[in-house]
Structures are given as C-alpha cells and as structure tokens.
Design a protein around this ligand. Structure first.
Ligand code: FMN
Ligand code: SF4
Length: 396
C-alpha cells in the first residue's frame, strides 16, 4: 500500500492517512466571525473526500488580531456553539479538524479592528495597507498570550481534534520570530532566544489548558523574504529544534508573508487583473504596476518548501514534519514520505479545486492534482469572494 495511506499519530490523535488540508482563509464566516452554513459545507466535503486532517482557515483569538471581514473568530465564548456545529459535521462525515489560531499583528488595518494594528515593533510602513503599527507593551503581549490560551480552550470545548498556531506568513507570531519585524531590545527581542519567547510562552500557556496529548501544531515560515533578513531556513531550523524540545506535536513548513512576499507563499501565476479588481479607481494603476512586475517570477516548482524541510527534518527528532507548498503529483508525494523528508503532505489550492482528491488517489484514479496554480482563488478572498476555484475567472 502507498505510504500516503498508512496511519500516523499527531499527539495522541491518529490520522488515517498522510493528507492534510492546509489552513486556508475561507472568506465564508458571518460578518461577526460566526461559522456559516457555507463553512460547514466546505469542511464536510473535505472530510467526505478522505482528507486525514482538515486545518481550518486562520481564526482570530482577539479582536485586535482580526485580519479579514469574513474570517472566523475564536475570540469569545459566544463563538463556541457555531464552532461545535462545524466540528460535529466534520466528525459525522468521518473526518478530523484542527483549528488554526492566529493574531494578524501588523497585517490588518485600523478600519478592520478599530485601533492601530499591533506588532512587536513599530518598524516601517506596511507595503499593502500602508499601516505603521504600534509597538506592543508588556501588558499587551501578556494579554495576547492569554488570548491564545483562551482560544485553545474554546477549540477544546468545541470538540476540535487539535490546534495549529499560525507562526507563518508575516502574522504576529512570525513577526516576533523575525529579526526584520522584531527590533525590540527588551526580553522579547534582541536575540533568537528572546524572539522565540512569544511563541514559547503561547505554547506553554496552551499546554496548561488543553488535555494531555491534545495535538498542538505550529505552521512556521522558513523564509520571510523581507527586504532585510528576517526568518531564514537556518534560523527556522533553530526555532524548529526549540519547538521539538518544548514538546510541539508537529511542525508545518511554509514560507513567505501575506503583505511582504505574497507570491512566495503561493507560487504560480500572478493574476494581476483579479488581484486589483477590488481596489479603488486611484489604487488600481499602482496595483497593476506592483503585481505586473511580479508576473512570471514565481513559477511553481513542485514541493517548493522541500529544501527548507530537509534542513528542519533532522532537528525535529520524532516530531512529525508537515510539508506544504506546490505538492502536485502523487509520485512526488510518495517519494517525499519514503525518503523521510516529511511525514505528512499538506495542500491548500488543490483541495479548493478538488475536495475529493484523496479518495480519487486512493482508488488509483488520479496521479496529479488538476489545480494549475493560477492563483485566482488567492485573489478572490481579499475581493470578498468565498474561496472556490475561479480558474475560469471571477463571476460577472
Ligand atoms: C485562498 C488562500 C487562503 C489561505 N489562507 C491561509 C490561512 O488562513 N492560513 C495559512 O496558514 N495559510 C493560508 N494559505 C496558504 C496555504 O495554506 C498554503 O500554505 C499555500 O497555499 C501553499 O500550498 P499549496 O501550493 O498547496 O496551495 C492560504 C492560501 C490560499 C490560496
Ligand atoms: S483558482 Fe483553481 S486552479 Fe487556480 S489556483 Fe485556485 S484552485 Fe487552483
């Protein structure tokens, strides 16, 4: 039998195969962050399609950490009933679901959260939102650590099978880890150990709350691609070793940042026309120029985070490594597992297009996914469109 279909545990939870639906912001929650019927349908389909573990799109743990209008919230107890319904429907369909919990840090706007966005340091203006964030005080840092703990408690109460800390793509935890975004000189910055402290304390806070063996995963950026050096594969390997030492249950290896290096995170085509669609008339020419310059520079190479995974795998010991980013052919996925370069194969865009692809692979009906990495789904969500495959273009 293919290695892709041998069961494996993350924490105390056994997954029936090695496929993971990587966290994907759905743009489907209600305006106040509650779970909608569309969200339930999305995850039900993935569960029925045979995915070993679905990871939800990032959920904000605190009102100041909201990044998007139709994002799921896990910031208050009133969210629990909807989240419980979501989990129950996945379980009923025979699947498992972990919640990705996040704080958007500087990658949001005052309009979205009603205050100046928070960050480890007030360094520079964001290239997309033009925001200059506020440097967090010690009290604010402690409040957000507690908010992650409370988010984890709500995930447990909702029945989720695990949680994933979003420490990638330029959001708050990634910002603390990055020497580019974090230029603090107190005990939260100034050295790798201090920059790691925010993630470590969040993890420790969560461990105090969740049951023994409850899976706590991390999605880690292995390269920020910021204008000056941020997290690099070497630094990420150091952080990954420390994560394994503190007892993390799995590390998912990703790269790039939503506002500084969008196209590294999701390599493939740059759909300029769709990317600028939601911009105002005066922003459109700047957008066209910006995205136009990127066209043709991010062609998808299969398994584009594999080189970083190779550096990280040895430092993890027995802790599972999850590989995301451009996994497209079954042969490549099997090779990665058989060569012990990763323990799980994670995908986002292929599951948007084909939620049933795992069952098809199992039945021997598919040797490559049909997603062509045109990135129109990626352009859709900031335009307020729910996450579906828009390969043929946006609805008129
Ligand atoms: C529409 C869209 C939304 C995404 N939202 C998230 C998210 O909420 N959290 C996250 O960690 N990554 C997010 N990602 C990144 C994916 O999880 C994944 O890392 C990336 O798309 C590369 O994998 P792929 O080649 O299989 O698509 C998103 C990607 C897309 C296309
Ligand atoms: S729009 Fe469809 S084909 Fe294009 S990247 Fe998204 S899922 Fe793949």
């Amino acid at each position: 039998m293919s290695a892709l279909f041998s069961p494996m545990k993350i924490g105390k939870v056994e997954l029936s195969n090695r496929f993971i639906n990587s966290a994907t912001y759905e743009a489907m929650a209600n305006k106040t962050g509650e779970v909608s019927d569309a969200l339930i349908k999305r995850y039900e389909r993935l569960a029925k399609g045979g995915v070993g573990l679905c990871i939800s799109g990032m959920m904000y743990v605190h009102a100041s950490g909201r990044g998007y209008k139709n994002q799921i919230g896990i910031h208050g107890d009133r969210m629990i009933p909807g989240l419980r319904k979501l989990v129950a429907s996945v379980h009923q369909a025979g699947g498992k679901i972990a919640f990705q919990i996040a704080h958007c840090g500087r990658q949001t706007t005052k309009r979205m959260i009603g205050q100046t966005p928070l960050a480890p340091s007030s360094r520079g203006r964001d290239p997309i939102n033009f925001v200059k964030p506020k440097e967090m005080t010690e009290n604010e840092i402690m409040e957000i650590i507690k908010a992650f703990g409370a988010g984890a408690r709500r995930a447990v109460e909702a029945g989720a099978d695990g949680i994933q800390l979003h420490a990638a793509h330029g959001y708050l935890i990634n910002e603390f880890l990055s020497p580019y975004f974090n230029i603090r000189t107190d005990s939260w910055g100034g050295s790798d150990e201090n920059r790691f402290r925010f993630l470590k304390e969040i993890f420790q806070e969560i461990k105090k709350i969740v049951p023994d063996g409850y899976p706590v995963l991390v999605k880690l950026s292995t390269n920020d691609y910021t204008p000056k050096e941020g997290v690099t594969p070497t630094l990420a390997a150091r952080y990954a070793r420390w994560l394994a030492e503190v007892g993390i249950d799995a590390v998912e290896v990703s790269c790039g940042g939503t506002n500084y290096s969008y196209m590294n995170m999701c390599r493939g085509d740059v759909p300029t026309a769709e990317m600028v669609k939601g911009l105002s008339w005066w922003e459109k020419p700047i957008g066209r120029l910006m995205f136009g310059k990127l066209e043709g520079k991010y062609d998808l190479e299969e398994g584009y985070n594999l080189a970083a995974a190779r550096m990280i795998k040895p430092v993890l010991g027995g802790t599972p490594l999850i590989l995301v980013g451009g996994m497209r052919t079954v042969k490549h996925m099997e090779d990665v597992l058989e060569n012990r370069q990763a323990d799980f194969i994670s995908m986002s865009r292929p599951f948007i297009r084909e939620p049933f692809l795992v069952n098809k692979i199992k039945e021997g009906k598919m040797d490559r996914v049909s997603c062509v990495s045109c990135n129109r789904c990626l352009a859709a969500v900031p335009n307020g469109l729910p996450v579906y495959c828009y390969n043929k273009g946006f609805p008129a």
